[in-house]
Design a binder for this molecule. Structure first.
Ligand code: SF4
Length: 483
């Protein structure tokens, strides 16, 4: 029987899923069944090789029939956004009952659109559990996959990892590894199927055995450096460590020898996590150290996963002027300091020109981690999205509440969004201060990196505007100082 065949036993339907993780297939069939008013107790969902396929042997002899086709005018199927979000993950769980469970909840949503909010609904709770378990498994895959370098038959470098997921998450996580290791040739082998990336194309293959993966030393230097940057101090607690990092992953983990060093810095990092956790309660960290530790531990947007470190602002506390850029660049990421690259040097030049001492200002960025894309061996700046800027606003707000500047100068549209929470046009916003909710005032100008991208007359014109904006800020600071 092919994956597309369905067996009807009288009024009972059996749906065979082509693969255990095919949520789109389930969704289509579920919609069709709901539109034909087929209740959950008249449908069985069977995955390939799955248990519970009670009819697989007997199906043909009992007569095959395709699923009923809905009328053209069939009613719309209701599914809340929350249900769809959870269901997508829950469908990847290894529980053989998951597709039936999802269909039951989808069925209930038709007459009870708010049932996902019903805390007493056991099916809804179970969907939440499955979602959580799958997210946790994906997290472990992101954290514990370890590549080993091998040479393939053509003599080219290839990186191979072995991983044992609890659920059907391999295909769903292909994009994550493709983005992170875009320039490497790699394979991830698992007992639930394998992924292979050659720099341009992703291929899949069937399940592998542990013996198929190479032994030998992993690429330790690369991984040690990477994992020390994402080390979670909670792992120092044995209970939490076992829960977070089950023993089955330990044998593949070269960084275990880093633990003494990491323990030394763990207290500070743990404090950072507390600061990051405080975000849930909307309590702004109350010191520069707490913010620095918080951003070091923050993973609220995907940028942190690639950059070397979070870059904290620096400067005088109580400074009248706070200067906000977009995000750290390559050199800032390397050195852990804001505005030390070419744009920072140009900024310094203009600040000196108009008579603003950078040492008297506090300089920071709207986004604390470096977002980039690889071009060969170079890391090229990529602009943060509005969502990423908004995710990082909280930290900028925390810095403002600690530094308490009177004047805030936003360099570029990303910085302005980080301060205002909305996008503004630099051309329209420059030259006129805007009040911020804490009583300070916001001035907006271009980012110096914009000037660096121009030349000739265009650069001269923009440089004059930039200087004039800084002049206006300096005049305002003088006025405030005189009050
Ligand atoms: Fe957190 Fe900001 Fe870094 Fe994103 S860029 S992870 S929000 S500190």
């Amino acid at each position: 029987m092919t994956a597309m065949q369905h067996v009807s036993l009288g009024a009972h339907y059996v749906v065979h899923l082509p693969t255990p993780d095919d949520f789109a297939f389930w969704r289509e069939r579920a919609r069709q069944l709901i539109q034909c008013d087929v209740p959950p107790d008249r449908v069985s969902w069977v995955e390939p090789g799955g248990t519970g396929d009670l009819f697989a042997q007997e199906g043909p002899s009992r007569g095959e029939r395709r699923l009923p086709l809905p009328e053209k005018s069939a009613r719309q199927v209701r599914a809340s956004k929350r249900f769809m979000k959870l269901a997508r993950n829950a469908a990847l769980h290894s529980d053989p009952e998951r597709f039936g469970l999802l269909y039951r909840v989808l069925w209930r949503l038709q007459s009870k659109p708010r049932c996902m909010e019903d805390k007493a609904d056991a099916d809804v709770r179970r969907v939440e559990e499955l979602d959580k378990s799958v997210r946790r498994d994906s997290h472990k895959m992101h954290a514990f996959v370890r590549f080993r370098e091998v040479t393939d038959e053509t003599g080219a470098e290839h990186y191979v990892a072995w991983f044992e997921p609890d659920h059907h998450i391999v295909r769903a996580n292909a994009g994550f590894f493709m983005r992170r290791f875009a320039n490497m040739n790699w394979s991830i082998l698992t007992p639930r199927g394998c992924l292979h990336w050659d720099g341009t194309t992703m291929r899949e293959s069937g399940p592998a055995r542990r013996e198929d993966a190479p032994g030998g030393d992993p690429v330790e230097a690369l991984w040690k450096s990477y994992y020390s940057s994402i080390f979670n101090p909670a792992r120092l607690k044995v209970g939490a460590m076992l829960a977070e990092m089950p023993k089955k992953y330990w044998k593949n983990m070269p960084e275990s020898e880093l633990i003494p060093e990491l323990i030394a810095g763990a207290q500070a990092r743990e404090a950072g996590m507390v600061a990051a956790g405080a975000r849930e309660d909307r309590k702004l960290p109350s010191s520069v150290d707490a913010i620095a530790q918080g951003i070091g531990a923050c993973r609220d947007c995907p940028i942190a996963e690639c950059s070397t470190r979070a870059v904290m602002g620096e400067g005088a506390l109580g400074a009248r002027l706070m200067i906000v850029g977009e995000q750290p660049g390559d050199q800032e990421d390397e050195q852990g300091k804001p505005f030390v690259g070419p744009a920072g040097q140009l900024l310094d030049e203009y600040l000196t020109k108009v008579g603003i001492a950078r040492s008297q200002a506090y300089v920071t960025n709207a986004v604390k981690h470096f977002k980039f894309t690889w071009k060969g061996k170079r890391r090229l700046h990529q602009s943060p999205t509005a969502k990423e800027i908004d995710a990082c606003r909280w930290w900028l707000e925390a810095e403002r509440s600690v530094v308490k500047p009177r004047v805030v100068l936003a360099l570029g549209a990303s910085a302005a969004r980080g301060l205002l929470g909305k996008t503004v046009s630099i051309a329209r916003a420059r030259g006129t201060p805007m009040p911020l909710e804490d009583g300070s005032e916001l001035w907006v100008t271009a980012h110096p990196s914009y000037l660096l991208r121009l030349d000739g007359e265009a650069r001269a014109e923009q440089a004059a505007k930039f200087e004039s904006d800084l002049e206006a800020v300096r005049a305002r600071l003088t006025q405030i100082a005189g009050c």
